[in-house]
Design a binder for this molecule. Structure first.
Ligand SMILES: [Zn+2]
Length: 355
């Protein structure tokens, strides 16, 4: 699959997600994913596709943009994409564009040693920066922080960007149309002789001397998906604040980088730990950290995040997003409550203790 192959359709509509799917002639299961995005999985002509709406500023306006896509490992076939586009048109909905998602932070960056033949920054602070002649040494990630390390002679600089929920880097062969989103969301384009890396809706774009990278990301704990993942250090950082609730400690990226709310809930369920227990009362932190590492690693590159091993609709999690549904182990209704800034799901039977 080439990197510029279209993998989703985006369009605007006032219809709800289930209504869109129904109008496309698809069977649906609704999945509630809090405030980050919602989706339904629809079966179109025997092919499962995601119909999703991101609340956090996707490449087009938030509350009206809907995407049709598939797991990136099984991209939307062009024929199905055309079928869906035709059906949308019949409904009076014009697809805005087809694009390709970037799921693995940094995977599309020019990671081999290559010399930049040009750069085009579209943020005021870097508008006059010219990286022509600089060589890309490597790209690294810390959670969703991306670090593109550059060299020219003895000089070493790092281009930092943060993806949040909506940013993306895409790579295109020279001369190929950029399909990652509207031009006004482009923050930078880096050219090499063969390819162009385009950064869409990047946050915190900054260029700093490489030996000062720590001023940007030094506060982050070991990256669960990084090549230098350090479980011992993650455990040490967690244990350093023993009175914190374990659920909040796992979300604190200064302890370990990469656990979102879904994994927080799922890891604690799988280890039988009440989210409100303090770190000091958790029997074996290394096992918690190890499980988080394995779950995240298993889902690298997937659109559908699964902790159960199943990618089937409605079966991807044990507790997350399953309020009032029976626990898959004991049948007790799954509970949902505010905890700190976030929402926690848990089974009061399988995860005894405060709650
Ligand atoms: Zn249970």
């Amino acid at each position: 699959m080439s990197v510029d192959e279209p993998m989703y359709l985006a369009f605007r509509t006032g219809l709800s997600l289930p209504e869109v799917a129904r109008q496309l002639g698809a069977a649906v299961t609704v999945q509630d994913y809090e405030n980050e995005y919602e989706w339904v999985v629809a079966d179109v002509d025997g092919v499962a596709i995601n119909v999703s709406r991101l609340h956090t500023v996707p490449p087009v306006d938030t509350d009206t943009a809907i995407y049709l896509d598939r797991d990136p490992r099984a991209p939307l076939p062009v024929t199905l994409r055309d079928t869906l586009a035709a059906r949308l048109t019949r409904l009076g909905i014009t697809p805005l564009y087809a694009g390709s998602w970037e799921y693995e932070p940094g995977a599309e960056l020019p990671h081999k040693v290559r010399t930049l033949t040009g750069s085009d920054f579209r943020v005021p602070a870097l508008a006059t920066t010219d990286l022509t002649g600089w060589t890309v040494r490597e790209s690294a990630s810390r959670g969703k922080h991306l670090l593109l390390r550059l060299a020219r002679g003895d000089r070493r600089f790092t281009l930092h960007s943060h993806l949040r929920m909506d940013g993306a880097w895409r790579t295109y062969r020279r001369g190929v149309r950029w399909t990652g989103g509207p031009a006004h969301l482009i923050r930078v384009a880096l050219h090499t002789a063969e390819t162009t890396a385009v950064g869409y809706h990047l946050h915190e774009l900054a260029l700093v001397p490489t030996d000062r990278e720590d001023t940007l990301v030094g506060h982050l704990g070991p990256d669960l998906l990084g090549p230098d993942w350090d479980a011992t250090e993650a455990v040490r950082r967690l244990a350093a604040r023993p009175d914190l609730a374990i659920a909040e400690a796992l979300l604190d990226q200064r302890n370990l980088a990469g656990i979102g709310n879904l994994y927080k809930c799922e890891v604690l369920y799988l280890r039988g730990i009440s989210p409100w227990r303090t770190v000091s009362t958790v029997d074996y932190l290394p096992a918690v950290v190890d499980l988080a590492h394995r779950l995240l690693s298993a889902n690298v590159g997937r659109w559908t995040q699964s902790t159960t091993g199943s990618l089937h609709k409605g079966q991807t999690t044990y507790v997350y997003g399953r309020r009032d549904q029976p626990c898959r182990h004991c049948g007790t209704p799954i509970r949902r409550a505010e905890q700190g800034e976030r929402v926690t799901y848990w089974c009061p039977t399988c995860q005894p203790g405060p709650g």
